[in-house]
Design a protein around this ligand. Structure first.
Ligand code: NDP
Length: 266
């Protein structure tokens, strides 16, 4: 195995470098919010897409949208905080699609608990999904990728993994995303010889169920603190995901890419 197989030919056009036709992708937490936008963007770029999340009816709805784009779609109802589930779901994907080329580690959870309350269960729940499951998914996927000619992993980080946000009582979330950023760098270095690239995409505030962007109490956080003076739609983050998942970023690994309206620039 070598990275040579993933060096695009010099003659490839820019659009060809973004093309994911024939690639098989997994999006964890792909049934709503950012994950749904990522699943649909990958399908737009030509990839077959598997959605892994707990709510089967929401999974199925996104898979219908994926298939409407002319590619294959599948889903598994899976709680990713159970390690055996992760291995099984990724094995199922490889069996159905015949390969696994792209893993998007998107599923995540945020809890708001004052640290002095030392809510250990909340801390563990956040780390179980945001860190443990990311590592389990990445390692299970990498074994499949390494057995072929490589692939790429995109971990979804956050501005919260880079800078301290205004007090939000979400220290566990912030620490978990910092762990995702460093895990990205470590796995990138370890797996580069196997032709596996690992990068992180770190969004700023995005309008999803996780982020209460319509709550007027948080206007200062969502809008005034952001140089571009707004939060984003999931569809504005997805093009960067396609970049990191495709040969357009063939010479990038171990990077954390912020798409945040300038939040981490100031
Ligand atoms: P949502 O809360 O809208 O979606 C979370 C997704 O994760 C859902 O698809 C959910 O599906 C899935 N999920 C949750 N728990 C589990 C579990 N135990 N097993 C499997 N799947 C699970 O979040 P967002 O779309 O906002 O966030 C997506 C990612 O982006 C997260 O990693 C988040 O930290 C990150 N992010 C978000 C930002 C924002 O402002 N929105 C900013 C920066 C980063 P189901 O419940 O059906 O299992």
């Amino acid at each position: 195995m070598s990275q040579a197989s993933h060096v695009p030919p010099a003659t490839a056009s820019v659009m060809e470098r973004f093309d994911l036709t024939g690639k098989a992708a997994v999006v964890t937490g792909g049934n709503r919010g950012l994950g749904r936008a990522f699943a649909l963007a990958l399908a737009d770029a030509g990839a077959d897409v598997a959605v892994l999340a707990r709510d089967g009816s929401r999974n199925a709805a996104v898979v219908r949208e994926v298939r409407a784009r002319g590619v294959r779609g599948m889903h598994r109802e899976v709680d990713l905080t159970v390690q055996d589930n992760v291995q099984q779901a990724l094995d199922d994907t490889v069996e159905e699609f015949g390969a696994l080329d792209v893993l998007v580690n998107n599923a995540g959870v945020c809890v708001h608990t004052p640290s002095m309350e030392a809510d250990e269960a909340a801390w563990r729940a956040v780390f179980a999904l945001n860190v443990d499951a990311v590592w389990w998914c990445a390692t299970a996927a990498a074994r499949h990728m390494a057995a072929r000619s490589g692939g790429c992993v995109v971990n979804i980080g956050s501005i919260a993994g880079q800078v301290a946000l205004r007090p939000q009582a979400q220290a566990a979330y912030d620490a978990s995303k910092a762990a995702v950023h460093q895990l990205t760098r470590s796995l990138a270095a370890e797996w580069a010889p196997a032709g596996i690239r690992v990068n992180a995409l770190a969004p700023g505030y995005v309008r999803t169920e996780m982020a209460a962007v319509d709550d007027p109490r948080f206007r200062r956080r969502w809008i005034d603190d952001v140089p571009q003076q707004r939060c984003a739609l999931p569809e504005e983050i997805a093009p960067a995901l396609v970049f990191l998942a495709s040969e357009a970023s063939a010479f990038m690994t171990g990077q954390v890419v912020f798409v945040d309206g300038g939040y981490t620039a100031v």
